[in-house]
Write a protein that binds this ligand. Structure first.
Ligand code: G3I
Length: 317
């Protein structure tokens, strides 16, 4: 049976995964499966500000380089994640007491440095991540509070100038269903496009439970395609209550398959990325007490029902 990457590319999309730098370095079976199965990789943490620029002007690309080098060797695309986020910021930045002008310069330099380094190797970037509050207005957080709303348009413009070939995305969670957040996101993208801001795509993170129905995601995506941007599922995982049983893992499998069918049928859906591919390396148990088993493969890298159902969904004509 062909690997996910081949099934997906035959259908004109990519299937990717988040990659953690530690297991990539230390675990041969993790590496083998990653290289064989996925056509795209997203560094899970290695390109976040706290990892890349732990001290002002002192960049550390060790982990990011390892992931990008691996991807290039294995013919995988890379989704860069992420430049402008209110989390995983280093203390020197958040506690530095910088004024507006200096802080704008710091952000501009950071974006230029990181995009320029990976020009030609990272073709898609989550430029901004989680910029909206639940009610669909701009989220109060470090960048909005310090720089005001223009930071977003400026970040995209600086990114375009640094790497004109890269596809620049706005990445969000909780906009997978109709509601205030999806509406706010649509209004924001329309507004940015109207201002001529170079935004190429919108990412739907899609961190959901096995009881979630993704029945509205296709319609939501279609609305964004109508605005003239690409769309992608960027961080899919489907958590189940622990201990997992056959029923919940069966439901989980249906959600994975449904997500694939949505992307295959939505206009301009470019890729599905899962947020980790083994239950051994997943953020879910650390963040959601009582939940886990959220990925395609179990902790021994054996395929779960979700893997098989995803395979079927990608193979079905
Ligand atoms: O690397 C350090 C390690 O040295 C230290 O001993 C340990 C102690 O806490 O922390 C380790 O860093 C952790 C890092 O993951 C690597 O494991 C951070 O504390 C932890 O906060 C970080 O969590 C990441 C989280 O984003 C925050 O950046 C998760 O791995 C990552 O899966 C998660 O990913 C986010 C996306 O970027 C955006 N969308 C939501 C998604 C899930 O929260």
């Amino acid at each position: 049976q062909p690997p996910l990457r081949d099934l997906a590319s035959a259908r004109g999309i990519a299937v990717g995964t988040a990659v953690a730098a530690g297991p990539l370095r230390d675990n041969e079976s993790y590496r083998d499966r990653l290289g064989a199965e996925f056509g795209s990789v997203t560094p899970e943490d290695a390109l976040k500000w706290s990892a890349v620029e732990p001290a002002r002007g002192q960049y550390d690309f060790t982990d990011a380089d390892r992931i990008v080098d691996f991807a290039v060797q294995h013919g995988q695309a890379v989704r860069g994640h992420t430049l402008v986020w209110h989390l995983s910021l280093p203390e020197w930045l958040t506690g530095g007491g910088f004024g507006v002008t200096e802080l704008r310069g710091i952000l501009k330099t950071h974006i230029e440095t990181v995009l320029t380094r990976y020009r030609g190797r990272i073709a898609v970037w989550d430029i901004a991540n989680e910029v909206l509050a639940e009610d669909g207005t701009l989220r109060r957080g470090f960048w909005l509070d310090r720089l005001g709303p223009d930071y977003l348009a400026e970040a995209f413009r600086w990114a375009r100038a640094a790497d004109p070939q890269a596809r620049l995305y706005l990445n969000e969670y909780g906009a997978e269903h109709a509601g205030a957040k999806a509406d706010g996101l649509r209004a924001l993208v329309r507004d940015l496009k109207a201002q001529g801001v170079p935004i190429d795509g919108v990412g739907f993170q899609t961190h959901v439970r096995s009881s979630t129905s993704l029945s509205e995601l296709g319609d939501v995506m279609r609305h964004f395609a109508q605005l003239g941007v690409d769309v992608a599922i960027t961080e899919l995982d489907v958590r189940v209550p622990l201990p997992a049983d056959a029923v919940s893992l069966g439901r989980q499998a249906e959600v994975y398959a449904h997500a694939a069918r949505v992307c295959l049928s939505a206009p301009r859906c470019r890729s599905i990325t899962v947020w980790g591919f083994t239950d051994a390396v997943s953020w879910i148990p650390d963040y959601y007490f009582g939940y886990g088993a959220a990925t395609l493969l179990d902790a021994t890298l054996a395929a779960k029902p979700a893997y098989h159902r995803l395979t079927c969904a990608l193979a079905a004509a």
